[in-house]
Design a protein around this ligand. Structure first.
Ligand SMILES: [Fe+2]
Length: 441
């Protein structure tokens, strides 16, 4: 059984990172001052280093676990330009540590293969030229076994760098390692959505994990939670890691508005379809209507009609649509059209965050990402980091929409209330759903 399948990770909203997964983050000086002898300071430092090395190994092992059931042939397929081969994900996340941690901070590091920088750089212009994204599936070599050796080579070097670094160097390097681990967790999610898309193109409908099941929705508490008009602080406010796009925390005027406590279900989506939802241009944004026509959409992604009954293609294979489960694999365009059909609208990301911080949302995390009506823009005062890593988020802040929460494919230790996911409005191969908002009664 895939560990993400059971619901043990769900529960209270993860306002901050999962306790116990990431080493406790302290300012280096404060950490040293708590120990008043050099021996104690050295001991504390060594425990801190060991904890980080273990966390590094844990995240890297999760990537391999997600790939373990996939054959070398499975790992080389690229089913569309937006998706990447599993082998590429495994190698690219490794290149990230090589490029941003080892090359600048480990003078004795010997690169595994100088050609890999070209093959496995994704979009970092400052890091040099790179292979064309739509052609990643044509790279049959290095093969999957070679990528396994590449990962081991880099893992060994990172562990040595962390173990041997002086405390001040360690604190600088660990910030980059932490970014690399969070980056790898993002790719872990993409590994599942990309292999799902690849398998969806296979007429034999293979299952990634025969035991995989959609998570069930929580039972409704009541239909709506009310947010009276107020000024709230949104954005990252806790200790621990965040991506730069979650900063700076800032005040936002929210409400009056009410948000649905529950996610939209397949049953509600079927009602939209039966009412001609995909054939009524008045429900759709112009770009959305053009996409419906161009893509011939009549149902959410991965749905197919078999003998008059709708089925969904999942990581567990094909299964009949269960009306009580949350709808997933819908684009922003579809979410917006559904909301208009329902006489509602989508929440803004600030509304979503305020309600989630108050614990008012069911299934905020761990089921499907939820589209918001907020364009992916910089927060007031946002500044990307200097250098190549400044390309991580900031340069994508146009033409995309924000999603909040997390999905069943997200590593639980990666989710937090301030997290801003973003995709183009036509994208629907991720685990993406919605909840509705409305004006107060
Ligand atoms: Fe990446």
């Amino acid at each position: 059984m895939h560990p993400e399948v059971d619901r043990k990770h769900r529960g209270p909203a993860p306002l901050r990172q999962s306790d116990g997964f990431w080493p406790e983050r302290h300012d280096a000086n404060a950490r040293h001052e708590r120990h008043d002898t050099s021996a104690l300071r050295a001991w504390a430092q060594s425990e801190w280093v060991k904890a980080w090395i273990q966390t590094y190994r844990n995240v890297r092992a999760e990537t391999e676990r997600r790939a373990a059931s996939l054959s070398p042939e499975d790992q080389v397929v690229q089913s569309m330009p937006d998706a990447s081969p599993i082998k590429w994900h495994r190698a690219h996340t490794t290149w990230f540590f090589e490029q941003f941690v080892l090359v600048p901070h480990a003078p004795s590091y010997r690169g595994y293969d100088p050609r890999f920088a070209f093959l496995f750089n994704s979009y970092y212009v400052a890091a040099g030229p790179r292979h064309a994204r739509p052609k990643r599936g044509l790279v049959t070599r290095p093969d999957a076994a070679e990528v396994t050796r590449y990962r081991a080579h880099v893992d060994e070097a990172v562990a040595h760098l962390l173990a041997d670094a002086a405390p001040d160097v360690f604190d600088r390097v660990i910030a980059l390692v932490e970014t690399g681990l969070n980056h790898e967790q993002q790719h872990q999610e993409l590994m599942l959505t990309d292999i799902l898309h690849a398998f969806s193109e296979n007429p034999t409908a293979p299952a990634y994990d025969p035991d995989w099941r959609w998570p069930r929705c929580a039972a409704p508490r009541s239909e709506w939670c009310e947010l009276p008009e107020g000024i709230h602080t949104v954005g990252h406010q806790a200790h621990g890691f965040c991506f730069d796009n979650e900063t700076p925390a800032h005040r936002a005027l929210v409400g009056p508005v009410r948000l649905a406590r529950n996610l939209v279900t397949n049953g509600e989506w079927l009602a939209f379809m039966r009412d001609g939802g995909y054939a009524r241009p008045e429900l759709w944004l112009s770009d959305g209507w053009a996409t419906v026509a161009a893509e011939a959409w009549t149902a959410p992604g991965h749905w197919r009609e078999i003998d008059g009954r709708w089925h969904g293609f999942t990581l567990g294979g094909l299964s009949p649509i269960d009306e009580e489960l949350p709808v997933g694999h819908v684009s922003y365009y579809e979410a917006d059209a559904f909301a208009r059909w329902a006489g509602r609208h989508l929440p803004s990301e600030a509304e979503w965050e305020v309600a989630a911080r108050a614990g008012e949302l069911e299934d905020a995390f761990g089921v499907v990402w939820q589209w918001t009506r907020s364009a992916y823009c910089p927060y007031p005062g946002y500044r990307p980091a200097a250098g190549a890593l400044g390309e991580y988020n900031g340069k994508f802040m146009v033409n995309q929409m924000v999603l909040r929460g997390s999905s069943i494919a997200t590593s639980p230790s990666h989710a937090r209330v301030s997290y801003r996911n973003f995709f183009y409005p036509a994208a629907r191969w991720q685990f993406t759903g919605l909840r509705l908002a409305d004006f107060p009664t």
